[in-house]
Design a protein around this ligand. Sequence first.
Ligand code: ZN
Ligand code: ZN
Length: 147
Amino acid sequence: MSKDYDNDSIEDIFTRFLSAGKFRKTPERFAILRKALDMNSHFEVDALHIAIEKDGYHVSRATVYNTVELLNQAGILRKNAFGQNPAIYEVNRDNHIHLICKRCGKIREIENPHIASQVMQLNPGNFLPDSYSITLYGICGECSLKD
Ligand SMILES: [Zn+2]
Ligand SMILES: [Zn+2]
């Protein structure tokens, strides 16, 4: 998903996804979508739930989990496979590289247009790539100072 999409068109994408899958278009699901777009970074589903409740909007934890899964299937959110539990989600915008500290778990992002075009030009054969995920694991600056 490119970052040109504004929040309204993301809601349209979700509306079409829900219709196509015959899922109910409930106000709760759209409130969860709007809050997820607001999170603006990497988040766990429970943190999203807490943020929604803080806004004074009551939805059950199960509804938040279930909606986040739908948003993932719709390609609006991306579930990151960092091997962390619980899973970390983010808005599925442009491809970027994640740097993960093995000590404190902090996640940083960098972009590298050169690597991006290289990766997208890989021709694995019998496969059409449309996105990628690169994760580098190591020790962040702050943690390395504590040695
Ligand atoms: Zn660290
Ligand atoms: Zn990210």
